[in-house]
Design a protein around this ligand. Structure first.
Ligand code: ATP
Ligand code: MG
Length: 592
C-alpha cells in the first residue's frame, strides 16, 4: 500500500481534548476522528488493527465451537419490557420512536434479542448446549464518554451468549470461555488479569472481568501478594478489623458539643481535645443515607454505618439489601429527614430506615456518632444494642495493605485496570422472564441456563496502546499492527531507489507481510522517521540512495531501535526472523 494514497492525516501537536495516551496517539497518528462526543470514525489504520483483533477473537471462539451470527442494532421495546429491563436500564439506553410511534432502542447489549432467537429456534435438549456470538457496534449513551475509544458511546463489542440444560453445563462453559479469553489476551502480549467482579444481587450468578493493567485504567483492582485472589475493588472482601473500644458503655446522647465539625478526623480530634480517653478515628463512626430501588420498583431508605477510618462500598450495600439501584440521598433531603446538617447525621433513632452496619463494628461499642442535631454527637454507640434490627455485613471498601480474606497470609496490592472483557454466568434471569425453554428426554419443559461473555473490541485496541508506546509514538505488537513493515523511500526522486523500494514492497507482500510504503515526495527523511515512529509499525525498512550505493538497505526494530544493514536479497529472511523473535518475546511478556 502506498502511503501517498492512504487516508491519513498525522498531527504534530497533541490534541487538547485528548486525556490518555491511546487517545492522543490514535488521534495524532490519524487512526480515529471524533464525530461527536464518544463517537469516532475508525479510519483505515485503526480499522486494520480492529479487524486483526476481531480475527483473533473469532479464531479462539470458533476453536471452542461458538457460532457467529449478527443481530440488529435496533431493538423493539417489547423485548426489553418482557425481560423487565425497559424500566430499569436508565439513560444509557438510547430510546426512540419509529414513524408509527413504536418504541425502540439502540442495542447496548443483546441478551433480549438472543434469548428471543433461541426460544424461537431451539426446542430440544439435543440441540444444547449452544454458544452464539456476534461482533457488532453497540450504543450506550454514557454520561461521561471519554478517553477516546476506551469509553465511547458507540463502540464495537464481541458478545457471546450460551444456553444450557443445567447449571453444571453452564459452569463448564463459563470456564471454557474463561480460558478462551486468557488465550485471546495472551495473543496480544498485554499484561492482563482476570479478576472476580460484582454480579449484582441476582442469585446463582457469578462473574470475572478481564483487565489490562494500565495506570490510566478506570477500575481499581486488589490482588493478594500470596495467593491467586484478585478482584475488582467493588467486590473485594474486606477483612474484619478489630480495634480497641473507648470503653464508654452507655449511650450518652448529645454528649459532645462539636460546633462546625464536619469530618471524622476533626470529630476524633475534637473528642481528643475534650480528653475522652484519647479518642481515635477507629472509635468514631460514619453514616450514609441511601435510597434503594428494589426489583418490584418500590423504594426504601437504607443507612450504612462504618468505622470512622473506613470507606463505604456502595456496591456491597446494594447487594446486602438486594436492591437494583442505590443512590445517596441528596444532601438537602437528608438534612430535612435527619434534622441535622452534614457531619451531624447519625443512625440512632431514625424511623423506617434499614440499617446496615459494617462487620468490623460487630461486637464494638463506645463509638461516637452524629446526634441528628447540628453541632452534637452521641457517645457510647453500641450498634447491636442501639440500632435494633440492624444487619451486620461486609460493606466497606477493601484497601491496599489489608490482609487477604482468602488465604489469610498475604496482603492486598492495588492495580489500575482497563476492563476489556467479562464472562458472566447469568443463570435463569432471561430464560425465565422471556420463556426460553427446552424439552428434556421425558418431554418435560425447563428454562435454559444462560451465560454471557463480552469483549470490548475497540477498547482493547486502545488498551494495547496504553501498554505499548514511548515518547515518539505507538509500538504495535505484531499481531494487531495495522501494517507490519513501514517501508520508507528516502529518495523518491531517484529512479534506482524507486525501483528497489517497489521491488522490496512486492517481495515482502508476496511472502505475506503487510507493507505500508511511504512513497511521499517532498518530505525529508527526518520527517518520515518521525511519522514512522508515531505510527509505530514493528519494523521500519529504509531504502535510500546512500545505502544503495553501498548495496544495503536498513531494517529497524521499533521497540528495541536496533538497526541492521542488509543486502536486499537477505531482507525477506531477516523480516521473517524478526517476526519470529517478536512473537516469542510477546508470548513471554503476555499474561500475568
Ligand atoms: P464499564 O464498567 O467499563 O462501563 P461494562 O461492565 O458496563 O463496562 P459490559 O456490559 O461488561 O461493560 O460490556 C462488555 C465489554 O464491552 C466491557 O468489558 C468493555 O470492554 C466494553 N465496553 C463497555 N462499555 C464500553 C464503552 N463505553 N466504550 C468502549 N467499550 C466498552
Ligand atoms: Mg463489564
Amino acid at each position: 500500500m502506498k502511503q501517498s494514497k492512504l487516508l491519513i492525516q498525522t498531527l504534530r501537536e497533541t490534541p487538547k481534548d485528548a486525556d490518555v495516551v491511546s487517545q492522543q496517539l490514535m488521534m495524532r497518528s490519524g487512526m480515529i476522528l471524533k464525530l461527536a462526543a464518544g463517537i469516532y470514525d475508525y479510519l483505515p489504520l485503526a480499522y486494520r488493527s480492529i479487524r486483526k483483533f476481531e480475527a483473533i477473537v473469532r479464531e479462539e471462539l470458533e476453536r471452542d465451537g461458538c457460532q457467529e451470527l449478527l443481530m440488529p442494532t435496533v431493538q423493539p421495546a417489547e423485548l426489553w419490557q418482557e425481560s423487565g429491563r425497559w424500566a430499569f436500564y436508565g439513560k444509557e439506553l438510547l430510546r426512540f420512536k419509529d414513524r408509527k410511534g413504536g418504541d425502540f432502542c439502540l442495542g447496548p447489549t443483546h441478551e433480549e434479542v438472543i434469548t428471543d432467537i433461541v426460544r424461537r429456534s431451539v426446542r430440544s435438549y439435543k440441540q444444547l448446549p449452544m454458544n452464539l456470538f456476534q461482533i457488532q457496534g453497540k450504543f450506550r449513551d454514557e454520561i461521561r464518554p471519554r478517553f477516546g475509544l476506551m469509553r465511547g458511546r458507540e463502540f464495537i463489542m464481541k458478545d457471546a451468549y450460551s444456553f444450557h440444560t443445567d447449571d453444571a453445563d453452564a459452569d463448564r462453559e463459563y470456564w471454557v470461555m474463561f480460558n478462551a479469553y486468557k488465550r485471546i489476551f495472551s495473543r496480544l502480549g498485554v499484561k492482563f488479569r482476570p479478576v472476580e467482579a460484582d454480579s449484582g444481587a441476582i442469585g446463582g450468578s457469578f462473574t470475572h472481568e478481564f483487565h489490562v493493567l494500565a495506570g490510566s485504567g478506570e477500575d481499581a483492582i486488589l490482588s493478594c501478594d500470596a495467593c491467586e485472589y484478585a478482584s475488582n475493588i467493588e467486590k473485594t472482601e474486606a477483612p474484619v478489623e478489630a480495634a480497641p473500644s473507648s470503653g464508654q458503655k452507655e449511650l450518652l446522647k448529645e454528649h459532645f458539643y462539636t460546633p462546625g465539625i464536619l469530618g471524622q478526623v476533626e470529630q476524633a480530634a475534637a473528642m481528643k481535645d475534650a480528653d475522652h480517653n484519647g479518642m481515635s478515628l477507629t472509635q468514631t463512626s460514619v453514616f450514609f443515607l441511601y435510597r434503594a430501588t428494589l426489583a418490584d420498583e418500590s423504594t426504601k431508605l437504607v443507612g450504612a454505618v462504618l468505622r470512622g477510618d473506613h470507606d463505604v462500598n456502595p456496591v456491597k450495600v446494594k447487594n446486602v439489601i438486594g436492591a437494583m439501584e442505590l443512590e445517596l440521598m441528596p444532601l438537602d433531603e437528608a438534612e430535612v429527614f435527619t434534622g441535622a446538617k452534614s457531619g451531624f447525621m447519625g443512625p440512632v433513632g431514625l424511623k423506617n430506615v434499614t440499617m446496615v452496619v459494617d462487620r468490623s463494628l460487630e461486637g464494638m461499642s463506645g463509638l461516637t456518632c452524629g446526634a441528628n442535631r447540628t453541632d452534637y454527637h452521641h457517645f457510647g454507640l453500641d450498634p447491636a444494642r442501639d440500632l435494633p434490627g440492624c444487619l451486620f455485613a461486609d460493606i466497606r471498601m477493601a484497601k491496599e495493605g489489608d490482609a487477604c480474606t482468602r488465604c489469610g497470609k498475604g496482603h492486598y496490592q492495588a492495580f489500575r485496570g482497563i476492563e476489556v472483557g467479562q464472562v458472566f454466568k447469568l443463570g435463569l434471569k432471561y430464560s425465565k422472564s422471556m420463556g426460553c425453554t427446552f424439552l428434556d428426554a421425558e418431554g418435560k419443559e425447563w428454562p435454559m441456563v444462560m451465560g454471557c461473555y463480552g469483549i470490548g473490541i475497540t477498547r482493547t485496541v486502545a488498551a494495547v496502546i496504553e501498554q505499548n508506546y514511548d515518547a515518539d509514538g505507538i509500538i504495535w505488537p505484531w499481531p494487531v499492527a495495522p501494517y507490519q513493515v513501514h517501508l520508507l523511500n528516502l529518495d523518491p526522486g531517484n529512479a534506482e531507489v524507486n525501483t528497489m523500494a517497489n521491488q522490496l514492497e512486492k517481495e515482502l507482500e508476496r511472502e505475506g507481510f503487510e507493507v505500508l510504503h511511504d512513497d511521499r515526495e517532498g518530505l525529508s527523511p527526518g520527517a518520515k522517521f518521525k511519522d514512522a515512529d508515531l505510527l509505530g509499525f514493528p519494523l521500519r525498512l529504509m531504502v535510500g540512495a546512500k545505502g544503495l550505493k553501498e548495496g544495503v538497505v536498513e531494517l529497524r526494530d521499533r521497540r528495541t531501535k536496533e538497526v541492521m544493514k542488509l543486502k536486499p536479497e537477505a531482507l525477506v529472511a531477516e523480516v521473517s526472523a524478526a517476526r519470529d523473535r517478536m512473537m516469542l518475546a510477546l508470548e513471554a511478556a503476555g499474561g500475568r
